[in-house]
Design a protein around this ligand. Structure first.
Ligand code: FES
Ligand SMILES: [Fe+2]
Length: 385
C-alpha cells in the first residue's frame, strides 16, 4: 500500500508521457503537510549543494546556514577539511555560532561550553568526567566536495555525490580539474516554495518572456533542448545553444587570461545547465563555474538562493578584474530580478486559487517534467502506485 502524500487522481496527469502530462497540483506548492513529508522523504535523504569550498579557505573559517529547517555550522577544521555540524550545543540546545568568521574554536554563549574545530567538547565548566574526555561531539552532517562545491546530506549512509553523478563529473571534468576560487556569493531570500524556484531555474521556456532583453538574443528559447543521461533519476541537462553573433561577453579584456584549460568542444556552442535533484543547479562557461543552489526554508513558502561564481585562481590581481567582477554581479542580479516578480505571483496564485488547474509542459520544460516525476516517485507516487 502506498504512503503517498498525493492521491493517485491528483497526480495521474503529471505521470503521463510528457506530451499529454500536466503540471504538479497546486497543493505541492502551498500545503505545509506536503512540505513536512518532503522533509522526510527528500531533504533528509538527498544531497544539496551549499557553497564553493574556497568560501572558507583557512583553518578556522566558519559560516552558519539554515538548511531545510536545521541550523548548520560549516567550518574548515585543523586538518583543512570542511566539516558540517548541526549548530546546536550538546548541553542544552543553544546555537554555538552565528554569522561567519574565523576562530580557534567555539564557545557556546549560554553556559560557555567549549568546542574545538573538530566539533569535540573540550570545556564544560563545573562538570567533570565523560563530558569532556573527547568523546562528546557536535552532531555531524555528511559532506562531500563535488566540482569544488560543498554538498551536504543528512543521511550519513547516503552514497557519494560522485557515484550518483558520474556523467556530470565527466562532462564538467575540465572545471573539476581546474583550480577555481570564489568570485562572489550572493544570497537571496524569497517567500515562495522551493519548487517554484526550481521549476523556474531549470526551464528555458521563459527566456523569451522574462529575459527578452537580457538573454533571449544570445540563448533563444527556440534553440533550447533537454537531455536526460540517466532516465531522470539524478538530474537532467538543459542545453541552451548560442545564437550566431551573441552579444553578451563580459570577459572583454580579460578574455586571454580567464579561460579554463582543456575545455570540451561543446563549450563554444551552448550553455549547459546541470539540474541535480532536488535543488542544486550548476552551469558552466569557458571562464567560470556557476552554482545556483536553492535552500529550503522553515516553511513551505520560504527559501534562500545561494548564487556563487567560481573563477580560475590568480586572475583577481589583474587590473581589469574589478570591472569584470562588477559586470558579472550586475548581470546575475538582473537575471534574478527578472525572475522574482513572476515567482512571487505564482506562489500567490497557487496559495489563493483553489480553482486553478495545472497546464501542459512545453518541450523546453521537459526538465521540469523529469523533476516532477522524480519528486513524485520520492513521495511514493509512482505510475504503478
Ligand atoms: S546550552 Fe551551550 S553551554 Fe549550555
Ligand atoms: Fe529566469
Amino acid at each position: 500500500m502506498s504512503s503517498a502524500v498525493f492521491s493517485r487522481e491528483e497526480v495521474a496527469a503529471t505521470l503521463r508521457p510528457r506530451e499529454q502530462a500536466t503540471w504538479l497540483p497546486r497543493r505541492a506548492y502551498v500545503d505545509e503537510a506536503v512540505y513536512k513529508e518532503e522533509m522526510r522523504a527528500i531533504f533528509e535523504k538527498e544531497w544539496m549543494a551549499i557553497f564553493h569550498h574556497t568560501l572558507l579557505p583557512n583553518v578556522g573559517d566558519y559560516k552558519t546556514q539554515q538548511v531545510a529547517g536545521r541550523p548548520l555550522l560549516f567550518v574548515r577544521d585543523q586538518d583543512k577539511k570542511i566539516r558540517c555540524y548541526v549548530n546546536i550545543c550538546r548541553h542544552r540546545g543553544m546555537a554555538i555560532a552565528s554569522g561567519s568568521g574565523n576562530c580557534k574554536g567555539f564557545v557556546c554563549p549560554y553556559h560557555t561550553w567549549g568546542y574545538d574545530l573538530n566539533g569535540v567538547v573540550i570545556h564544560t565548566p563545573q562538570i567533570n568526567g565523560a563530558w569532556k574526555d573527547g568523546h562528546v561531539r557536535l552532531t555531524e552532517v555528511k559532506t562531500e566536495i563535488f566540482l569544488g562545491f560543498v554538498f551536504i546530506n543528512y543521511d550519513m549512509d547516503a552514497a557519494s555525490v560522485a557515484s550518483k553523478l558520474p556523467t556530470v563529473a565527466a562532462d564538467l571534468k575540465a572545471w573539476g580539474d581546474a583550480d577555481l576560487e570564489v568570485m562572489f556569493e550572493k544570497v537571496y531570500t524569497h517567500q515562495w516554495n522551493w519548487k517554484i524556484m526550481a521549476d523556474n531555474s531549470i526551464e528555458a521556456y521563459h527566456v523569451m518572456g522574462l529575459h527578452a532583453s537580457s538573454a533571449e538574443d544570445d540563448i533563444p528559447t527556440d534553440l533550447a533542448y533537454v537531455t536526460v543521461p540517466d532516465d531522470g533519476q539524478t538530474h537532467a541537462v538543459l542545453h541552451q545553444p548560442f545564437a550566431e553573433n551573441r552579444k553578451f561577453k563580459p570577459s572583454g579584456s580579460m578574455d586571454s587570461i580567464t579561460k579554463i584549460p582543456n575545455l570540451p568542444a561543446w563549450m563554444d556552442k551552448e550553455l549547459r545547465f546541470y539540474d541535480m535533484w532536488p535543488c542544486s543547479i550548476i552551469w558552466a562557461r569557458d571562464d567560470m563555474l556557476v552554482g545556483y543552489f536553492i535552500v529550503p526554508g522553515d516553511t513551505v513558502d520560504e527559501i534562500e538562493v545561494l548564487n556563487t561564481i567560481a573563477i580560475p585562481r590568480g586572475i583577481k590581481s589583474h587590473p581589469d578584474y574589478p570591472a569584470y567582477r562588477d559586470e558579472w554581479i550586475k548581470f546575475q542580479d538582473l537575471i534574478q530580478q527578472e525572475d522574482m516578480g513572476p515567482c512571487a505571483r505564482v506562489q500567490r496564485s497557487y496559495a489563493r486559487s483553489n480553482e486553478w488547474k495545472p497546464g501542459p509542459y512545453s518541450p523546453t520544460e521537459a526538465t521540469c517534467w523529469f523533476f516532477h516525476r522524480w519528486y513524485l516517485d520520492k513521495l511514493g507516487n509512482t505510475s504503478s502506485s
